[in-house]
Design a protein around this ligand. Sequence first.
Ligand SMILES: [Zn+2]
Length: 187
Amino acid sequence: MIDKDKISKAVDSIIAAIGENPNREGLKMTPTRIADMYSELFSGINKDPSHCFENAFSESHQDLVILSNIEFSSICEHHFLPFFGKAYISYIPISKTAGASKFAECVDILSKRPQLQERLTAQIANTIYDTINPKGVEVLLQATHMCISMRGINKVDAKFVTHAIRGEITENTLFKEILATNQDVLH
Ligand SMILES: [Zn+2]
């Protein structure tokens, strides 16, 4: 359960702590707005993503399936700033598969928590591997982190690519290209 009242009070203290006036017109409702926003941004806490694949169905298709450009946004747990980008999933079903929206829903649940991009990538791959038991699954996330664009080294265009493979998976050109063009920022 997200305690909006507690968030609201905490944000009020932060506003005062940075030397601003929490009662100023533009800031007055900010603690409430942030509390409402956090309940949406962190709605994936304590949600089990494996439920997305409960109604996976039998399918004889045993060739590579690729889902590309799944948009996601998450909050970096080190700075509480957003990171956002695209997820790419490829898998080879053995007996079970699920609709494309179920994969997007799984990405969404796991994104709506304080996260690390590396962990998010691994959790998506593990959830798919453990629920629909494909021959193999490969997950790639490409994201911009506001904690890098807005502060510190201020690299506005830097993109981070994280990659996870479970089981055996056939190489595909889409993933190869993304990995090749991001060689320098690979984790
Ligand atoms: Zn960060």
